[in-house]
Design a binder for this molecule. Structure first.
Ligand code: A2P
Length: 279
């Protein structure tokens, strides 16, 4: 005899692949970061991304809810007990309009299948590593800057971050400043490793110490003279790029003009690119 299902007594479905929010920090009306519990089985390489999200609104007729997921770079390093994400808030964005309201204790969905090309495996060995970011494209570098392998593989790590306003640089600026002061990080990475970081923030729409798109500062040579390094060359320089589609395209053209070739997991090269999540 088949059991009779009492629909009213069915348990409320819990989120599939649920993780719990442990911390949330807001930087501007458009940017925030948050941390969630890490599934015990999740292994990833620093720089990779996963799909995360929330349950969507119930369908008006069927009442069914579907998960609303987007690609997010994991901003925490591979060794961290928790996972960190850095996100934009888009007023009418299907996901971020809701995600921006999460609080510690809330649940999000996290599909535990990390992928991505902003990983050391996709880069040939070199001397100098450039990390070129705009906006929330800083996220994978927040992971890689806390990854010991970054400093084992390179003598110098140049981090450029271009945003419209100074406030939008806060997450990255704080992260790098904290990294250099945090005793646990100094012990883990070593002072020598942390001294390899050269941070080069620029703004395009608000006055700051260094203004201009990084693409312009590469073309006019300012980046290299400001840092006292030679112009880009394929023998010594490697680059990881993460920003908008247009930014990635423009940087890729500059890398290729300097003789660097794009790499992938299957065939490491001299630079790698990932599109930042843009709402
Ligand atoms: P700009 O203010 O000149 O557009 P966005 O918020 O639009 O994603 O941009 C983030 C930052 O990236 C801004 O400072 C913006 O400069 C810069 N940017 C946008 N597109 C490009 C590009 N194609 N090349 C270089 N920088 C770019």
């Amino acid at each position: 005899q088949r059991p009779v299902t009492d629909t009213a007594a069915r348990p409320v479905p819990t989120l599939p692949d649920a993780q719990t929010v442990t911390a949330v920090q807001h930087y501007t009306d458009k940017l925030f970061s948050f941390r969630v519990t890490r599934p015990a089985s999740l292994r990833f390489r620093s720089g990779e991304f996963v799909m995360i999200g929330l349950m969507g609104d119930p369908h008006p007729e069927t009442g069914k809810q579907k998960p609303l997921l987007r690609a997010y770079s994991i901003a925490s390093p591979a060794w961290d007990d928790e996972l960190e994400f850095y996100s934009i808030k888009v007023e009418n964005g299907p996901l971020t309009s809701k995600l921006q309201h999460i609080q510690p204790g809330d649940q999000i969905i996290l599909r535990p299948k990390p992928v991505g090309t902003l990983v050391h495996d996709a880069l040939l060995p070199g001397k100098r590593l450039y990390m070129f970011a705009t906006g929330t494209g800083f996220a994978p570098f927040a992971s890689l800057l806390r990854e010991p392998e970054t400093y084992e593989r390179f003598e110098e790590v140049i981090v450029t971050h271009t945003c419209r306003d100074v406030a939008e640089l806060t997450y990255g600026a704080n992260l790098i400043a904290d990294l250099k002061q945090d005793e646990m990080m100094i012990e883990l990475l070593g002072q020598e490793a942390l001294d390899k970081i050269r941070y080069y923030p620029t703004t395009t729409r608000e006055k700051s110490d260094k203004m201009g798109r990084i693409t312009t500062l590469i073309e006019n040579g300012d980046l290299f003279t400001d840092l006292g390094v030679p112009p880009l060359n394929a023998q010594d320089d490697r680059a990881m790029v993460c920003g908008s589609l247009a930014f990635n395209k423009d940087i890729a053209a500059l890398m290729e003009a300097a003789g660097l070739h794009e790499g992938a997991n299957s065939e490491p090269g001299e630079f790698v690119i990932e599109k930042a999540f843009v709402g």
